[in-house]
Write a protein that binds this ligand. Structure first.
Ligand SMILES: [Zn+2]
Ligand SMILES: [Zn+2]
Length: 239
């Protein structure tokens, strides 16, 4: 097993920025990164798996959106924005092509890296998606540790399999209007003391959205923090 490294997930961006400032200008910091197991942290691994497994159903919803979408723009050029779709289902087709193309490319990539036989060609798009998701979930633990891009910092252009899956999942959720608002926990963050603690739908972690902080709390740590705040409040009011 390789030595654990700080998780390349977006939640460690505050630590990465602080490290950069320390390297460039010698500015010290006391941010502790979340370490990987050994590359991605357990939270990023669990989230990536859940997002991957949700893709077939989300892609079906994107396709349904095309069937029920409003008719295309009226003919004629007056008032027609250049970004208007050329036919009613076009945006959903483009997004589907983007996600399905990405899934199949990632499958091909892993097959070639792991010296497995090439992906069988010929099945319908739906069958190919089911098969790609099945293949990727089987090889996900490997992909999040051993893939050449596994330690790349997550951003929109990253080839990191976790970042790619997250980007497809987010795009499909936004397209189908299913992106849920995060729950805002209105108590001061234990690290930066700002009211920036949020929990995403279905996530077991509470995250500070202050970009210079980014602390991650488990539900147990959050509960302990609340108890600590309540005890402090009792002391203040009793004084
Ligand atoms: Zn992580
Ligand atoms: Zn914070």
């Amino acid at each position: 097993m390789p030595i654990p490294i700080p998780c390349p997930g977006a939640h460690n961006s505050a630590w990465r920025r602080a490290e950069q400032l320390r390297a460039e200008d010698g500015i010290p910091h006391d941010i502790t990164p979340v370490f990987g197991q050994p590359v991605h942290c357990t939270r990023c691994c669990a989230r990536t798996r859940a997002e991957l497994l949700a893709l077939p159903e989300l892609l079906a919803a994107v396709w349904l959106e095309a069937l029920h979408s409003s008719p295309g723009p009226k003919t004629g050029t007056i008032g027609r924005s250049p970004a208007s779709p050329r036919w009613p289902g076009e945006p959903s087709r483009l997004l589907t092509d983007h996600i399905v193309g990405g899934l199949l490319t990632l499958e091909d990539d892993i097959r070639s890296l792991r010296r497995l036989r090439p992906r069988p060609t010929g099945p319908s798009e739906g069958a190919a998606v089911t098969e790609a998701v099945r293949f990727l979930s089987t090889h996900l633990d490997w992909a999040l540790i051993e893939h050449p891009a596994a330690d790349e910092t997550h951003d929109r252009l990253s080839a990191n399999p976790a970042a790619q899956i997250h980007a497809w999942h987010t795009a499909a959720q936004q397209f189908t209007g299913r992106d849920t608002r995060p729950v805002h926990h209105r108590v001061p963050c234990p690290r930066c003391e700002l009211l920036t603690l949020y929990r995403d739908d279905g996530d077991t972690y509470i995250e500070c959205r202050n970009i210079t902080c980014g602390v991650l709390l488990t539900t147990e740590e959050y509960a302990a923090h609340i108890q600590h705040l309540a005890a402090e409040y009792r002391q203040i009011t009793a004084a």
